[in-house]
Design a protein around this ligand. Structure first.
Ligand SMILES: NC(=O)c1ccc[n+]([C@@H]2O[C@H](COP(=O)([O-])OP(=O)(O)OC[C@H]3O[C@@H](n4cnc5c(N)ncnc54)[C@H](OP(=O)(O)O)[C@@H]3O)[C@@H](O)[C@H]2O)c1
Length: 213
């Protein structure tokens, strides 16, 4: 069983990953500022802000896998890029694998084409999308020596506004976006978490992947 830290483990994405990983018997520690409304039995919940000195290092220490499921919103807007950079430096020192949850708009419509973020992103999501793409590009271009990293982009229709249903199915692709049979792109929170925890256990991919249903 792996020791897994989930940063933002009470949020939409982090909460599903915490539930899925704990249900399989992994040793899960969740980090957030507030206590969870519905704690998952067996999960160790730590209340801390990643803007506090030393909080990022404390979350990485002793872990096999660190899942970054924070969002660059609120007080983390403009800060998450730096936190991912800190995680990238700290993870190899601890021998931990780093899994970063990003956005759909970091994917590309075709090989060599600009990322979706360079196109028509709704104004409400633009800053968030751009920050996660900067974090991705820092990993792609200057990952610290020895870092084992995975950046996971969900489907276009994904999030707390579209929770969907657990089907037990998902598809993993590379940095070029996949599409459903009808040309859409969606995944439920439960299926996305299933994919992330399967990937933690199987360790089949490295770099940037996308997950759709
Ligand atoms: N379709 C898409 O591409 C798509 C859609 C949705 C999300 N995403 C991406 O998925 C990732 C996760 O987003 P989400 O919507 O699942 O997040 P979320 O539900 O907003 O959860 C954020 C988590 O971070 C914690 N947090 C916030 N500020 C913190 C701080 N200063 N210190 C410690 N913990 C803090 C929150 O708990 P507290 O408030 O208690 O601290 C919560 O657990 C993001 O990168 C987002 O861009 C992509």
């Amino acid at each position: 069983m792996a020791r897994i830290a989930v940063l933002g483990g009470t949020g939409y994405t982090g909460g599903s990953i915490v539930r899925e990983a704990a249900s399989r018997g992994h040793h899960v520690t969740s980090y957030s500022r507030n206590a969870p409304a519905e704690p998952v039995p067996g999960v160790h919940y730590v209340q801390a802000s990643f803007l506090e000195e030393g909080a990022v290092a404390a979350a990485v220490a002793g872990q096999d896998v660190v899942v970054e499921a924070l969002a660059p919103r609120g007080e983390l807007a403009g800060q998450l890029e730096g936190i991912v950079g800190d995680l990238a430096k700290l993870a190899p020192e601890q021998g931990a694998r780093l899994v970063v949850i990003g956005g759909w708009s970091g994917l590309r419509p075709a090989e060599g084409a600009p990322r979706f973020v360079e196109g028509d992103v709704p104004a409400a999501f633009r800053a968030e999308a751009e920050e996660m793409v900067r974090a991705l590009e820092a990993l792609e271009q200057a990952a610290p020596e020895g870092l084992d990293w995975l950046f996971v982009s969900p489907a276009q229709t994904y999030g707390s506004y579209a929770q969907g249903e657990a089907t037990g199915r998902y598809r993993i692709g590379g940095p070029v976006a996949q599409q459903d049979a009808d040309g859409g792109s969606a995944i439920s929170g439960a299926d996305f978490a299933l994919a992330v925890v399967d990937e933690i256990e199987r360790h089949e991919h490295r770099g940037h992947i996308g997950v759709i249903s």
